[in-house]
Design a protein around this ligand. Structure first.
Ligand SMILES: Cc1cc2nc3c(=O)[nH]c(=O)nc-3n(C[C@H](O)[C@H](O)[C@H](O)COP(=O)(O)OP(=O)(O)OC[C@H]3O[C@@H](n4cnc5c(N)ncnc54)[C@H](O)[C@@H]3O)c2cc1C
Length: 321
């Protein structure tokens, strides 16, 4: 019995969402007393294998195959199906990326095993994991217990776990072979989809001042920019601010924007809709200013101020050295 984490290769490095998935798998492994293995597959992947072997894992499985140079649903599904059958893990863990959305349902059907998408976390009840999924646009949480024979495919939502909580270690590497021929690959991949970032990498920002619809109008954006400048922070935003054309899409945080995990996230006039929360809940400290004391953002904020940002932000900026 074991847990198998599937690692996603992002231009030769481990995808952030896979590091989060390792944290989730390590935590599940500790709770259930199961060893955690990671699978790295692709072409010319030794640097990635070395990177993954520096984590606290029972072993790293390596599948090197030139037919896995570029992503195809068939190549990925066939490889994973073979490895899962060989290794028979109890749980297969992946980060819920675009790629996973594409191949994982196919893998689930091939294996005739359940797949849980967008899992936000888990609790343990009677020695069994209860996986949490949000429903009704984040208004309710549902707890899901897997029944039937292992394995189950568990897709952890972006920011379900904090990547920097990953436990370091030194895992042995085991080479594994699979059978794959060019006839198995039916599609021809195009260049991978790139999210528009316009040069703004909010994911590595240490401080973010983020504005929501509560900023009122475009003319008020410089007020938030001034605070960001004083703090040495990047400017972020919720989606309505982008939709209104007040800031470019590259500034948007959330499920259809960037996922961020700064040391400090200022949420100014942001209500705290689930699509925004999933993009910033990994922040170490969240300070929310909102004139509605019942705004959901206060449920995840470390510090909350009920007040008008148009009054508070200029005074705060002035007060800062
Ligand atoms: C498929 C899909 C994807 C989405 N992706 C994203 C995404 O990536 N990112 C994202 O952010 N949203 C996303 N959304 C939209 C999301 O559902 C919310 O509509 C959005 O996050 C709300 O933004 P907001 O908090 O700025 O605005 P609102 O919900 O309108 O909240 C404005 C807040 O400002 C407060 N306020 C108003 N005036 C002031 C003031 N003067 N001082 C202080 N507080 C004030 C109000 O009390 C309120 O809480 C998505 C939606 C869908 C359906």
């Amino acid at each position: 019995m074991s847990i198998l984490v599937i690692i996603e290769n992002q231009n030769g490095s481990i995808h952030r969402i896979s590091r989060e998935a390792i944290v989730g798998a390590q935590s599940l492994g500790t709770e259930l007393g199961l060893p955690v293995k990671a699978l790295v597959f692709g072409n010319n992947i030794q640097p990635l294998v070395d990177e993954v072997s520096a984590y606290d894992l029972s072993e790293v499985l390596k599948v090197e195959n030139e037919l896995l140079s570029d992503y195809t649903a068939e190549g990925w599904t066939s490889t994973l199906q073979q490895i899962i059958v060989q290794e028979s893990p109890s749980y297969v863990i992946v980060g819920h990326s675009y790629q996973v959305r594409d191949y994982c349902p196919k893998l689930s059907v091939r294996l005739k095993k359940p797949m849980l998408s967008d899992v936000a976390g888990f609790t343990i009840d009677g020695g069994k994991p209860v996986f949490t999924r949000t429903t009704f646009n984040g208004k309710l949480n549902s707890g899901i217990v897997i029944t039937g024979d292992a394995p189950a495919l568990i897709c952890f939502q972006s920011a379900a776990f904090q990547a920097d909580s990953i436990k370091a270690g030194s895992a042995p590497i085991r080479e594994v072979t699979i059978s794959l021929s060019s006839e198995d690959i039916l599609s021809k991949p195009e260049a991978p989809f790139q999210e528009e970032t316009g040069g703004v990498d909010l994911s590595s920002a240490r401080l973010i001042v983020s504005v929501g619809r509560g900023i009122g109008k475009m003319e008020n954006i410089p007020m938030a920019e001034a605070l960001a400048k004083k703090l040495g922070a990047e400017l972020g935003s919720s989606r309505p601010v982008v939709d209104a054309g007040w800031l470019p899409q590259s500034r948007q945080v959330g499920s259809s924007g960037q996922t961020v995990s700064p040391k400090l996230y200022f949420a100014l006039g942001i209500s705290g809709a689930i699509q925004h929360i999933v993009g910033m809940k990994g922040s170490k400290n969240i300070i929310a200013i909102n004139k509605d004391g019942d705004a959901p953002i206060f449920e995840i904020a470390d510090y909350g101020v009920v007040g008008d940002i148009l009054e508070i932000v200029p005074k705060l900026t002035e007060a800062l050295p």
